[in-house]
Structure formats: C-alpha cells, structure tokens
Write a protein that binds this ligand. Structure first.
Ligand SMILES: [Fe+2]
Length: 213
C-alpha cells in the first residue's frame, strides 16, 4: 500500500505499509511523551509505515496523570484538546465525552484516524457514504463498542462514523491520532444524508483553554 496525503506543511506524507524506517524504534511507548517522540521519529522522513503507527497506538497504555492536563469537559458538548500538532504531519488529540455526549456523523478528509479509548466505553457507528443527490436515511455498516485500551481505525474509504458515550453515569476519554491533520470536515444528517461543512476547533491547546469556544 502506498498512499500520498496532503498535509498543512505542503510536504506530502507518504503512507507505505511496508516502508521500514522504524526498525530500532520501540514498539511499546511507556509514556505519552515517548509516544509523541516515536511519532516524530516515524514521520521524520515524510514516509511512514502505518502498521508501526497502529502498533504503538495499540501498545501505549499511559496513565491518568499524563492525560490530566488535556482532560477538560463541557456540559453541552464533547471537547477536543490538542496534545501535539506533529509539525503538520499528524495531530494527537484528547477528546472528552461527558455522560451521553456524542459526535455528529462525519468524514475524515482523506486522513487516517486512530481512536484509542483511554477511559470508559464508546460506541462507534460506521455508516456508508450516501448516494449523491438522494435524500435517504443513512445506512449503518457496523456498530462496535470500543473499550478501555482498545483502538479503532477509520478512513474515508471505509466510510463515515459517529462516536458516542452511551453511559448516563460515566464520562469517557479518547486519544485520537489524525494523519495528516485537517481543519474542517463534513457532517451528515442521519435521516436525510444531507451534509454540511464543519470547522474543526480545539477547546484547549497544550493544556490551555482556547478563546474559540
Ligand atoms: Fe472521527
């Protein structure tokens, strides 16, 4: 698999399934800082082995102490908290889901999206792309529970998805890795399949609240 992705640095990131620039790098990051460091090393050459990225996202365990600066809840909607902007090649984000909060159905702008559940349980519902020009209810492909420590993956060729915290009593926290980052996406109405462009914003950056929301 070879895939060229545009990023905000104007240097394309080349995704190669069998590209091996990661031999010698740890596959078991012991901290959030080590995970970030390994990501920078894996992306240093503008080429990346996506299997290696999947491996370190799966093997990373981490602790609440290192996530705490980025864990910020809002009562009316889930929050996106930027941990690291990855030199424009990737972005690492912590999302905080209060009780019963969920996302819209959305696409990922040709980006690869890894989602690791750090706390709680999420439901990921995958949808097929709607047929252009038709106004029909969206078609569900799959509904999956994502438990603590598990990693889900999606890109636009798989389909669209919605993430929800189904619990009325427990919050949830997820770690997302986007390759490359994007600043807007499309959101879809489940009943009609109509879509709108939505800007991607951050509630906090590096642990500090932004002025956007
Ligand atoms: Fe997503």
């Amino acid at each position: 698999m070879t895939e060229i992705l545009n990023n905000t640095n104007e240097t394309p990131v080349v995704i190669k399934k069998y590209f091996d620039n990661t031999s010698g790098l740890s596959t078991h990051p012991k901290s959030l800082n080590e995970l970030i460091e390994l990501l920078y090393q894996a992306f240093a050459a503008n080429e990346v082995n996506i299997d290696y990225i999947s491996t370190i996202m799966n093997n990373y365990k981490g602790t609440m102490d290192e996530w705490k600066p980025y864990i910020k809840f809002q009562s009316d909607r889930y929050t996106r908290n930027l941990v690291d902007a990855g030199n424009g090649k990737f972005s690492l984000i912590i999302l905080c889901w209060a009780e019963s909060q969920g996302s819209s159905i959305h696409n990922h702008m040709d980006s690869h999206c890894f989602l690791k559940c750090l706390q709680g349980t999420l439901i990921e519902t995958k949808y097929a792309w709607p047929t252009i020009g038709e106004e029909n209810p969206m078609h569900i492909l799959q509904r999956t529970e994502v438990h603590e420590g598990e990693v889900a993956y999606i890109n636009d060729s798989i389909g669209l998805h919605r993430i929800e915290n189904p619990s009325h009593t427990e919050t949830a926290v997820t770690l997302h890795l986007y390759i490359p980052p994007y600043d807007h996406c499309n959101i879809f109405d489940e009943r009609t399949s109509r879509s709108n462009e939505a800007k991607v914003t951050f509630y906090s950056v590096g642990g500090r609240l932004t002025a956007i929301e």
